[in-house]
Design a protein around this ligand. Structure first.
Ligand SMILES: N[C@@H](CCC(=O)N[C@@H](CS)C(=O)NCC(=O)O)C(=O)O
Length: 205
């Protein structure tokens, strides 16, 4: 059994989508980050970095429980455990990991700053809005260029790179980005939005 500790944010939703796509049994435990649940001693045992998501698989490697945090690592773990959404072919596999890392190291941190400075900051900071807003649009351009001649981000198939990126693009209204400006991203976004597992997964926990 897998226990998922998460909340309905862009990083959390990746795992809800993945588990729904896999159709394996799991139990979702809400960690309300607005209420500070991520700082409890119990959750800190799961993730010393005190951020969602985290998970425990009671049937980990060697049949022993494993605890994991960092959404990218969790996606790779689940993909390897089940043999799905991460191709075996080495070239396709590294292409998938490459686009997953692009999400983890580029899109997540930058879009996260856009969300913060547009929606949460106690004061308007024009320099930050300009810096992160410009980089956010540039990253949408990178996605759009890639998706111009590929159906999905990596390996010409739906992978954990798409699963990781989708919840951030879902927040395009928060970023004040019009998807019509990035037609290839819009085509990809609409297709993934239609997947039943995605529709269920984004509502977890
Ligand atoms: N790199 C981490 C980022 C996790 C992260 O930033 N989680 C946010 C929600 S999306 C969080 O828990 N924020 C609460 C806090 O910072 O106190 C991952 O991908 O798992």
């Amino acid at each position: 059994m897998i226990d998922l500790y998460s909340w309905k944010t862009s990083n959390g939703r990746k795992l809800g989508i993945m588990l729904e796509e896999l159709g394996i049994p799991y139990k979702a435990h809400p960690i309300d980050i607005g209420a500070g649940d991520q700082f409890t001693p119990e959750f800190t045992q799961l993730n010393p970095n005190q951020k969602i998501p985290a998970m425990v698989d009671s049937d980990g490697p060697g049949g022993k429980p494993i605890t994991l945090f960092e959404s990218g690592a969790m996606l790779i773990y689940l993909a390897e455990k089940t043999g799905r959404f991460l191709p075996q072919d080495p070239r396709k596999r590294y292409e998938t990991i490459q686009w997953l890392m692009f999400q983890m190291g580029g899109i997540g941190p930058i879009f996260g700053q856009v969300h913060h400075f547009k929606r949460a900051a106690k004061e308007q900071v024009p320099y930050a809005l300009e810096r992160y807003g410009t980089e956010c649009r540039r990253l949408y351009g990178v996605l759009d260029g890639r998706l111009a001649d590929h159906p999905y981000l990596a390996a010409d198939e739906y992978t954990i790179a798409d699963i990781a990126t989708y919840p951030w693009v879902l927040r395009h209204p928060w970023q004040e980005v019009e998807l019509g400006d990035f037609p290839n991203v819009k085509r990809w976004f609409d297709e993934i939005s239609a997947r039943p597992a995605v529709q269920t997964g984004i509502e977890i926990p």
